[in-house]
Design a protein around this ligand. Structure first.
Ligand SMILES: Nc1nc2c(ncn2[C@@H]2O[C@H](COP(=O)(O)OP(=O)(O)OP(=O)(O)O)[C@@H](O)[C@H]2O)c(=O)[nH]1
Length: 360
């Protein structure tokens, strides 16, 4: 965070605007935030990142981006990715500490994990100590348009029925579909991202499907690589915390109907490997593995011997995108670590073995 030295907002009593950026795993939230930080127009931005999985890749990518607004110490990471369960434990104390600091930011940006329900987070802005000092400027939901076009959020009824037959505890129709809709329902602005991967007719079909998935009518804009001017994303001025009653999630509606909510629908684990000599072969073998095992998201960094830069590996569904993102720092341990995220029945042992074999 880059903080004001004067703390003049506090003195004037103006509330600090906070933008919540949500969207399913791999939609492009971090990419869009990076774009905001690089085009912050002199705003002092504090960034809170909530990530699923123990690796902190998003924070690391943003710390490594070199923009003035992303200095190492200026990004707060909340490591438990289910913000819906930890608002009281993690988020509220973090916000309180941020607001107690001497210098205060002009704007707060919060990236939820791809598996988080935004509703409890928005409701937390009504907590007395927070409500008097911060307002939700707007909720921005980033959509992976290519994934929508590929039917990734369409309910696969056969699969859901089979899973429910095997596991009585499954109380939801389809966790992915529900989350996708809950994130859309929370939105003040929907960014249809990854339009570079579709043609005009495909984008139009995505727009129609997304509109049909929420009863609200938030603004919708298109983007590639999250390239939307910060002036469009920041300053929506909605005050979303006053409108939570109109944005209820499936979970909230189930709770009201007296049903229980299961937090164990998704799972993640970290794989640590040695140096990867043949990075091209490794990435192509990983691609086959994520397809065969229905992995939702895989990301992390690899140590490629002889390369001064670390290799960032990102897989979203079956798309895999490796690139060297920054040089290893002096004294930094060169490590290969990947976080793997999937549904709760992810076969961790088989996946681990396959990834270790792919690296050999
Ligand atoms: N082709 C294409 N790729 C994109 C676009 N936006 C993001 N990506 C890629 O998609 C992958 C995931 O992007 P992230 O920004 O990390 O997505 P995220 O929503 O922060 O991911 P999680 O935090 O894991 O949920 C990366 O490989 C990005 O380079 C886009 O508009 N087009």
């Amino acid at each position: 965070m880059i903080f004001s030295k004067t703390g003049d907002r506090k003195a004037s009593g103006a509330k600090i605007p906070a933008t919540v950026i949500t969207g399913f795993l791999g939609a492009g939230k971090t990419t869009m935030i990076r774009n905001i930080l690089e085009n912050a127009d002199g705003r002092r931005i504090a960034l809170i990142i909530n990530e699923f999985g123990d690796l902190g890749v998003d924070g690391d990518v943003l710390k490594g981006c070199g923009a003035e607004a992303c200095s190492e110490d200026d990004i707060i990471e909340l490591t438990n990715g289910c913000i819906c369960c930890t608002v009281a434990d993690d988020f509220i104390p973090t916000m309180t500490r941020l607001l107690e600091r001497e210098g205060r930011p002009d704007h707060i940006v919060i990236e939820t994990s791809g598996l988080a329900l935004p509703q409890p987070l928005i409701a937390a802005f009504n907590w007395p100590d927070i409500r008097t000092q911060v307002t939700v400027d707007g909720v921005i939901t980033v959509v992976d348009s290519a994934a929508v076009a590929a039917g990734r959020f369409a309910d696969d009824h056969d699969k859901v029925d089979a899973a429910r037959a095997e596991d009585d505890n499954l109380d939801h129709e389809s966790p992915i579909e529900e989350l996708f809709e809950d994130q859309l329902t929370a939105a003040d602005l929907i960014v249809l991202n990854k339009t570079d991967l579709l043609d005009a007719a495909g984008i139009e079909a995505v727009r129609r499907e997304v509109a049909a998935r929420t009863t609200r009518k938030p603004m919708m804009i298109e983007a590639a690589n999250g390239a939307v001017p910060a002036s469009v994303l920041l300053g929506l001025g909605v005050g979303t915390e006053d409108d939570i009653a109109n944005r209820k999630s499936h979970h909230e509606m189930e709770h009201e109907a007296g049903e229980e909510h299961d937090h164990d629908e998704f799972a993640s684990f970290v794989v640590e490997l040695g140096p990867i000599a043949d990075s091209t072969g490794f990435v192509s073998r990983l691609k086959a593995i994520v397809s065969a095992h229905d992995v939702l998201r895989l990301k992390g960094f690899a140590d490629v011997p002889g390369k001064p830069m670390r290799l960032l590996i990102q897989a979203v569904g079956t798309r895999i995108d490796p690139y060297f993102d920054r040089a290893w720092a002096a004294g930094e341990a060169r490590r290969t670590r990947l976080v793997v995220i999937g549904l709760h029945d992810l076969d961790e042992a088989a996946l681990r073995a396959a990834i270790v074999a792919a690296a050999a």
